[in-house]
Design a protein around this ligand. Structure first.
Ligand SMILES: [Zn+2]
Ligand SMILES: [Zn+2]
Length: 212
């Protein structure tokens, strides 16, 4: 009997010491967020500090390039957004062509974009870098379950080997979809996409074609 009491006492003492150590540790907030993926507030895409934060995308209507390694979003300007200061005063009038350049980073390549927002056409010439793989651990840590799920769904539908780390994102619907290497054309909502694939490069033609 006595022995059991002593063991119990030691166990209690041990428990108290453990607790004390934990609470006096240097990182009091460490335990508060063990479970990734990120909450929607911290999502690198739709979160408060994300590249397409929800308050912003209500004003936007276009298709963007979404780089899955940097989570940067690049507007193709196939349609001009309400917030775009140049809306209405296009250089060259009705058929003004806008030129855009996206630098994804040293490892990831770049893209040239020619768009005619007044006609609803954009041509995107993508040159991929030597690193064109998707890093799912990075995405899990930085995206909300919703955004992560959209990417995984597109990835699975396209077939794992057919996706690189550059996807498309519809600013209005927040739909996210890949540019599969085995797909030449597809339709999504009011947009038609045509892709010419070449070694390490893609040329994507986008047409905004709302139904009549
Ligand atoms: Zn999100
Ligand atoms: Zn073609």
């Amino acid at each position: 009997m006595h022995k059991i009491k002593k063991t119990l006492f030691l166990a209690v003492l041990f428990f108290i010491i453990l607790n004390f150590r934990a609470s006096s540790g240097c990182c009091p907030f460490r335990e508060t967020n063990n479970s990734w993926s990120a909450s929607s507030f911290y999502c690198g895409i739709c979160g408060f500090y994300g590249s397409l934060t929800k308050s912003l995308n209500t004003h936007l209507s276009s298709i963007g390039l979404l780089h899955l390694r940097t989570l940067e979003v690049y507007d193709t300007r196939i349609r001009l957004s309400v917030t775009d200061e140049n809306a209405g005063t296009e250089p060259g009038g009705q058929d003004g062509i806008l030129f855009g350049y996206c630098d994804f980073g040293e490892k990831y390549g770049y893209a040239h974009i020619n768009s005619m927002p007044n006609r609803g056409i954009a041509a995107v010439d993508i040159t991929y870098g030597y690193d064109d793989e998707i890093d799912f651990t990075f995405l899990e840590e930085n995206l909300c379950p919703d955004c992560l799920n959209k990417i995984l769904t597109g990835y699975r539908e396209a077939g794992a080997d057919n996706c690189r780390n550059l996807f498309l994102i519809d600013f209005q619907t927040m739909e996210i979809y890949p540019l599969p290497e085995n797909v030449v054309s597809f339709m999504r909502d009011d947009y038609y996409f045509h892709i010419d694939h070449a070694e390490g490069r893609d040329r994507v033609l986008i047409f905004y074609v709302p139904g009549r």
